[in-house]
Design a protein around this ligand. Structure first.
Ligand code: HEM
Length: 449
């Protein structure tokens, strides 16, 4: 007789609901590894949840058996929120595994394959330079994390907008930029620190509001009334690619959802990675100096680095990889859902299980990374094969793997290399000129956004 994977005690009807972490779930799941191992089973009001705490197990299941591990759990709150934005729940990151998902994914991923990347080098390089220019021309400003973040939003979003819509972004106040950031902020609010897990479990929708954990209902109501109060509607944009091909009206509609998917999925992830990079550089001036020295010796100081220099700058690539390892924008990746009963190492995994990859642990697994808590780009020895241990995890699994991966890596590289070549990133100072260093905040929000 096969048994379920080990996990915290389950009670009749509520299952393991009382054990579910409410904040920073990835930390609790990581601690549970000591007791239960690489696969942990939870049951919340009848919904099976499987947490995976090892990259090789995630590969065995989510990569090698991707034909049955590629569905998405049906998000409840999310669909309520997103439908307010005129059908955003139609975007393929949230779609069930099936024809509509496949069509949209195919439409967008053909523009994001590695061979298409050189076409975007110029845009990504130009936007990186514009970002640095904007920051330098305001060098007398007292940058706060908010004002810097707005510039980073613009710097990152400009490439994505340009490539998905052919739309030039020039201002932090651009209406399209602000609307997209707002959608992502609202989305992040609803999935914040452990609360998101509730979204995935349909039964919890019916929990009365006095029960612990039901604060998410209030968040959803607040966000909804914000939109209603502002009487806003989603502004559709036209994907430039649609103009140049003979797409049927149905496909054109799918393309616009697919393009918005890329925008939405690519914004927060890239912004958060680049913000982490800036913070980490203030904490490790010696690593910053080493990366700059590599650029100086490879590129010289008569020109700025470009994406064509990427192959010759392994240390800069390692710095970016190390930021992604320690501060993944999605510490719990994006959950998948299992389409049929499965058996793995004599354990029974039931159909419709929500599969949660604990990416945060995988990237700090001491069996894979020596002294994992230390920020050490040299650990990769400059080898892409070593860096893949990080990027093959942080960009997700199986048929759902991030289609924007190569584009994202290039956007981040371009902006990082340009910034390092031109500026020294220093910690802020107080009114007396004394440096105030801050720790990197706890990573991510628990999902991709
Ligand atoms: C540092 C940047 C990024 C990270 C860490 C990241 C990570 C991820 C992860 C973990 C997933 C879920 C994979 C899974 O379900 O297993 C995902 C999905 C996705 N990403 Fe990214 N991503 C990034 C940037 C981008 C960019 C720039 C784009 C678009 C240009 C993009 C487009 C998408 C889309 C459309 C999906 C949904 C795929 C699907 O459900 O089939 N991402 N990403």
């Amino acid at each position: 007789m096969l048994s379920l994977p080990p996990g915290p005690r389950r009670w009749p009807f509520i299952g393991s609901a009382l054990h579910m972490p409410k904040h920073y779930a990835w930390r609790t799941f990581s601690k549970w590894k000591e007791t239960y191992g690489n696969i942990i089973y939870l049951d919340v009001l009848g919904t099976p949840i499987v947490v995976i705490n090892s990259a090789s197990t995630a590969r065995d299941l989510m990569d090698k058996r991707s034909s049955i591990y590629s569905d998405r759990p049906r998000p409840v709150i999310l669909s309520v929120l997103l439908s307010l934005r005129a059908g955003l729940d139609q975007t393929f990151p949230f779609k069930q595994y099936g024809e509509a998902w496949r069509t949209q994914r195919r439409l967008i991923s053909q523009y994001l394959v590695p061979s298409a990347m050189p076409e975007y080098h110029t845009i990504q390089g130009e936007e990186a330079r514009k970002f640095v220019l904007r920051v330098m021309s305001n060098r007398d400003l007292h940058w706060t994390s908010e004002s810097l973040r707005k510039q980073v939003e613009l710097g990152i979003a400009a490439s994505i907008f340009n490539v998905t819509y052919g739309y030039p972004l020039n201002s932090v106040d651009d209406i399209f930029l602000r609307q997209s950031i707002r959608v992502m902020d609202d989305f992040s609010k609803t999935i914040e620190a452990g609360v998101w897990i509730v979204d995935m479990i349909p039964q919890l929708k019916y929990i009365p509001s006095w029960m612990p954990g039901s604060g998410f209902l209030k968040i959803a109501r607040d966000v909804r009334s914000n939109y209603e109060a502002d009487n806003e509607t989603f502004i559709p944009s036209i994907c430039s690619a649609a103009h140049s091909s003979n797409l049927s009206p149905e496909l054109e509609e799918q393309l616009s959802f697919a393009a918005f998917s890329a925008l939405a999925a690519g914004l927060d992830t890239n912004i958060s990675t680049f913000m982490s990079f800036i913070l980490v550089m203030t904490l490790h001036p010696e690593i910053q100096a080493e990366a700059r020295a590599e650029i100086d010796s490879c590129v010289g100081n008569l020109r700025l680095p470009t994406l064509d220099d990427k192959d010759s700058l392994p240390f800069v690539r390692s710095v970016v990889t190390e930021v992604m390892r320690l501060y993944p924008p999605g510490p719990l990746g994006v959950p998948h859902s299992l389409q049929q009963d499965d058996v793995y190492n004599d354990m029974f995994i039931p159909k419709k299980s929500i599969i949660i990859p604990n990416v945060w642990y995988m990237l700090r697994d001491p069996e894979v990374f020596d002294k994992p808590e230390i920020f050490n780009p040299s650990r990769y020895g400059g080898l892409d094969s070593e860096m893949l241990k990080v990027t093959d995890t942080t960009f997700g699994f199986g048929r759902r793997v991030c289609p924007g991966r190569y584009f994202a890596e290039n956007t981040i590289f371009a902006i990082v290399a340009t910034l390092l070549a031109t500026c020294e990133i220093l910690p802020p100072s107080d009114s007396t000129g004394k440096e105030c260093r801050s720790e990197v905040p706890v990573a991510g929000t628990g999902a991709i956004a």
